[in-house]
Design a binder for this molecule. Structure first.
Ligand code: DGT
Ligand code: CA
Ligand code: CA
Ligand code: ZN
Length: 584
């Protein structure tokens, strides 16, 4: 997959253009970068199958950008970027991950202090050099310093959702290597953690597999085009750096050992330690090669993960839940496993942006995509007017949109398509907790979602009050991405979470689990608390393109990690029930 690399290239070009203060173009490049970064089809396949013409079909891609894509696919480089890199040689890729450090500021830091890298930035902060630049000051220096600490502590972990397609295709390639009976992803990726440190791949071979077969698998894996560098290669394992930038460990197990290997390398480490302790307490021994009885140190007594759990007197823990079950005490939650929300339980998606604001597709295209997903309904939630950059809707355009939705609903039902398009909004919560659109608009909508897109740094009491006030509005049904974090980029806003959960319950407001891979907001611990309190939850994709609908998987995984039950999640219900329970 070249998509992620190419997305990075265009994002860097966008930032260079902005440094040069070239109007409009930066936004165009940034948009294409986002599209490439999240589209499901491999860009090199698009080009191979349909040439430049097909590339130009991609939303936002004109002739000029298409040619640059072609140049990259042919040469691995885009000359415009190479020229910029010579002129302004800074590590944009990392520096731009520092919240608050936009292109113009990066350029000034380079021009005036010679800052090219994260290390340079670190030193400049330690020497308190940044505060003396005009337009920066002590407060800016502090903010950059905090953002830098955040960057350092999260650096090196990859967002699972953005790497997922590549991981699946790698798994399939490994599965096709001769002698491989089965290949599976283990580790944090199997637990569907938000981010992964490295990738763990497990391979099963026959019990009788010869050393030659196993060596052949190690060899074949090491020479896959996805592998850039081999760190270490042993008898039945190999560690590599992948082209996409992260590391992968491959391990090979014989059929009889495989279940214990899978259990061990799925983790979490704490889960493993607990299981090993339970085994010892029950006179057994558990390691990555098997569960052994006391009487015989050689006979493996369980050949599936389920079997191992059963021997230990435990229910089967789906991988997503294994971080939450790490001691006897956790077992008070064991009956929640029976009713856990599952992939495929959702009947509708409740956060979809269309081309009416900053989405890429029309309402009708989104409705058709919803049918593909097997949904019965979707809620259209374009942004409200305060988000000028997103062309948010004012009252007049909201009304225009409702007429359009009515028309498309009619058209689709005439065509025999079973989907209901609901009228919604993603309305900005203003600084004081009031809303960006008047009640007389909100009351006309099927469902109203509200969210924070500004003033991220308010103190705890003020920020909490702000959300509370929004929830108290009788038209507000859902709080979207309640903590407003962006993984690897921005911390959560300051919120008194227990109080928000309590007030959500009292006001009958639902909290969202936003599935977009770099949001996953609420996070699992908050989902756990909210679900236990019986707060209404919804899971949706926050799609800005029909290519994003598939991200719903990560929101469902997040909900499972928080032990949310099907009944906690209201868009598992049919459209009428869902509306009845969600509307205040
Ligand atoms: P990551 O890679 O940081 O996202 O997280 P994991 O969980 O994938 O961790 P990783 O790749 O270091 O190891 C994979 C699994 O192997 C881990 O989830 C549990 C198991 N494991 C690794 N080291 C230990 C250990 O020292 N003790 C035990 N009991 N299990 C371990
Ligand atoms: Ca790992
Ligand atoms: Ca590993
Ligand atoms: Zn948006």
């Amino acid at each position: 997959m070249n998509n992620q690399e190419l997305a990075k290239v265009f994002s860097e070009i966008a930032q260079y253009l902005e440094m040069e203060e070239i109007p409009f173009k930066p936004q165009a490049y940034e948009k294409v970068s986002e599209t490439l970064g999240t589209m499901s089809q491999d860009i090199s396949d698009v080009y191979k199958q349909g040439g430049l013409g097909a590339v130009e079909e991609i939303p936002g891609v004109g002739e000029n950008i298409a040619k640059k894509i072609e140049e990259y696919l042919k040469t691995g480089k885009v000359s415009l970027l190479e020229e910029y890199k010579k002129k302004i040689p800074i590590d944009i890729n990392n520096l731009s991950k520092i919240e608050g450090l936009g292109p113009k500021r990066m350029k000034r830091l380079y021009d005036e202090l010679g800052i090219r890298t994260i290390n340079d930035l670190d030193e400049a902060i330690k020497e308190q050099k940044i505060r003396d630049l005009t337009g920066f000051g002590e407060k800016s220096e502090d903010q950059i310093s905090i953002a830098l600490d955040f960057f350092k502590s999260h650096h090196g972990r990859f967002i699972l959702g953005f790497a997922y397609d590549e991981i699946q295709s790698l798994k399939n390639r490994v599965g096709a290597i001769p002698g491989v009976r089965q290949a599976e992803i283990a580790g944090s990726a199997r637990r569907m953690k938000e981010t992964i440190g490295d990738l763990d791949i497990l391979v099963m071979v026959d019990n009788a597999a010869a050393k030659k077969t196993i060596d052949g698998i190690v060899q074949a894996f090491s020479s896959l085009p996805e592998v850039r560098h081999i760190y270490a290669s042993g008898e039945s394992k190999v560690s590599v750096r992948l082209e996409s930038g992260y590391d992968a460990d491959l391990r090979i197990f014989k059929r009889d050992e495989y279940a214990a290997g899978l259990l061990y390398f799925t983790g979490s480490k704490e889960h493993n330690i607990w299981l090993r302790k339970l085994a010892i307490e029950n006179g057994m021994k558990l390691n990555e090669y098997g569960l052994f009885s006391k009487s015989s140190q050689t006979a493996i007594i369980a050949k599936t993960e389920k079997g191992i759990y059963r021997q230990l007197g435990l229910p089967y823990f789906p991988p997503e839940t294994r971080e939450r079950f790490v001691s006897e005490k956790g077992l008070e939650n064991r009956e929640r496993l029976d009713d856990l929300i599952d992939y495929g339980d959702l009947k509708g998606d409740l956060q979809i942006q269309t081309s009416w604001s900053d989405g890429q597709n029309s309402i009708e295209e989104c409705a058709n995509q919803a049918i593909e997903m097997g949904y019965e309904y979707i809620l259209i939630t374009d942004h409200s007017k305060r988000l000028g950059v997103a062309h948010g809707l004012d009252a007049r355009r909201a009304r225009d949109q409702w007429r359009e939705i009515d028309k498309i609903n009619d058209k689709m039902s005439r065509e025999g398509k079973k989907i209901r398009i609901l009228k919604g909004i993603e309305c900005d919560i203003l600084r004081d907790g009031s809303l960006d659109l008047p009640d007389k608009i909100l009351q006309e909508l099927d469902l109203v979602g509200v969210s924070v897109h500004s003033y991220f740094n308010l103190p705890l009491a003020e920020q909490t009050k702000r959300i509370e006030k929004a929830m108290e509005n009788k038209h507000v049904d859902i709080v979207f991405h309640p903590t407003a974090r962006q993984i690897n980029r921005r911390e959560e806003i300051n919120l008194d979470i227990p109080l928000i959960i309590k007030r959500a319950k009292e006001t009958g407001t639902a909290l969202e689990i936003d599935s977009f891979p770099d949001r996953l907001d609420l996070r699992d611990d908050y989902i756990y608390q909210a679900a236990k309190e019986g707060v209404k939850l919804v899971i949706d994709s926050d799609s800005h393109s029909i290519d994003h609908f598939r991200y719903i998987r990560f929101g469902i995984a997040q909900a499972r990690r928080g032990l949310a039950l099907k009944k906690n999640v209201l868009n598992t219900q049919s459209v009428d029930d869902c509306l009845k329970t969600l509307q205040k």
